[in-house]
Design a protein around this ligand. Structure first.
Ligand code: BV8
Length: 255
């Protein structure tokens, strides 16, 4: 049996998770960090060192400089194609298989949860692998690559853009309703690898508190949620999540 390498999981938490009928896990960029995907607020590298992500992930930035924003996402999309899910993603797949009602709500746009095998995934902020028309706001599967950057919509000729939710854009209604109602009826709510600063995603933990769920945070660093959470498991999710699965459901449950 691989020796546990992080702090022990509190026994009262182990029992609460084991007996939970409904669990919600909210993930952020930290879950993909151990796959080599820079977190959203990691220092930007190379050409992008002069730009803050918050200043690129907005419709205004896109209208001001569509080529710059399109190329930032193209670089991130390329990066995601070269990485693989890590043990943290796989531990969440294992959890989904054993918990009666399980919902994985992610702020991530990299699609790594689905690539790891998670099926019940609620993408609050879209997916960098999908492209949509900026004018018509509908997903476009194919377009002519005539060298224009951004490429143009085959229907209306407008700019194409990544199918992600930018700041000051509304989240997909159905996904937000699904995440909110699951958070209102869960017994355990995990906030994993997120700075807990971006709303309305960061407000889901409040729904869980009001539903008297146990709220657990997994992060190497404290966040604005830490002091209110019932448990703060400090460390990387790629280590802690497999240990949690091992502690609650045994070695054979760990992928
Ligand atoms: C909206 C997609 C309204 C694109 C993103 C209430 C209060 C205050 C402000 C607001 C509010 N309501 C709305 C706002 C405004 C705004 C907002 O929240 N601003 C914040 C900054 C104050 N929210 C919005 O604009 C939202 N829209 O409300 O619209 C509306 C309604 C109707 C009609 C019109 C409008 C839209 C928010 C979504 C924005 N899009 N991304 C893209 O990715 O490019 S958000 C962006 O931040 C990321 O995508 C990410 O999803 C999100 C959160 O970041 P994190 O995932 O937490 O990543 P971060 O880098 O911050 O942190 C990483 C964490 O991992 C750290 O804690 C680190 O310690 C940890 N970590 C590191 N290594 C590991 C680890 N953890 C575990 N293991 C490790 N190994």
């Amino acid at each position: 049996m691989k020796p546990a390498s992080g702090p022990p999981i509190p026994i009262n938490l182990v029992e609460r998770v084991r007996s939970a009928q409904s669990i919600v896990v909210l993930t952020g960029a930290g879950v993909s960090a151990e796959s080599g995907v820079p977190t959203f607020r990691d220092a930007q590298t190379g050409l992008w060192t002069n730009y803050r992500p918050e200043d690129l992930a907005t419709p205004e930035a896109f209208q001001r400089n569509p080529r710059l924003v399109w190329e930032w996402y193209a670089m991130r999309r390329e990066k995601v194609l070269t990485v693989a899910p890590n043990p943290g993603h796989r531990a969440l797949v294992a959890m989904e298989r054993v918990v009666r009602e399980f919902l994985l709500v992610t702020q991530n746009v990299d699609g790594l949860h689905q690539r790891a095998g998670s099926r019940q995934v609620c993408e609050l902020h879209g997916n960098i692998g999908r492209t949509k028309c900026f004018q018509e706001n509908r997903v476009i599967e194919q377009w002519v690559d005539d060298g224009q950057v951004p490429p143009r919509c085959p229907q209306c000729g407008g700019w194409l853009r990544p199918d992600v939710v930018w700041f000051n854009e509304a989240l997909p209604k159905a996904e937000l309703i699904r995440a909110t109602s699951a958070s209102r009826r869960c017994q355990v709510f995990f906030s994993v690898g997120t700075s807990a600063m971006v709303y309305p995603a960061a407000g889901l933990s409040q729904e869980a508190f009001e539903a008297r769920a146990v709220v657990v945070e997994i992060n190497p660093q404290p966040t604005p949620l830490t002091e209110r959470a019932h448990h703060f498991l400090q460390g990387p999710s790629g280590v802690i999540l497999p240990e949690l699965v091992r502690a609650v459901w045994g070695e054979q449950a760990v992928p």
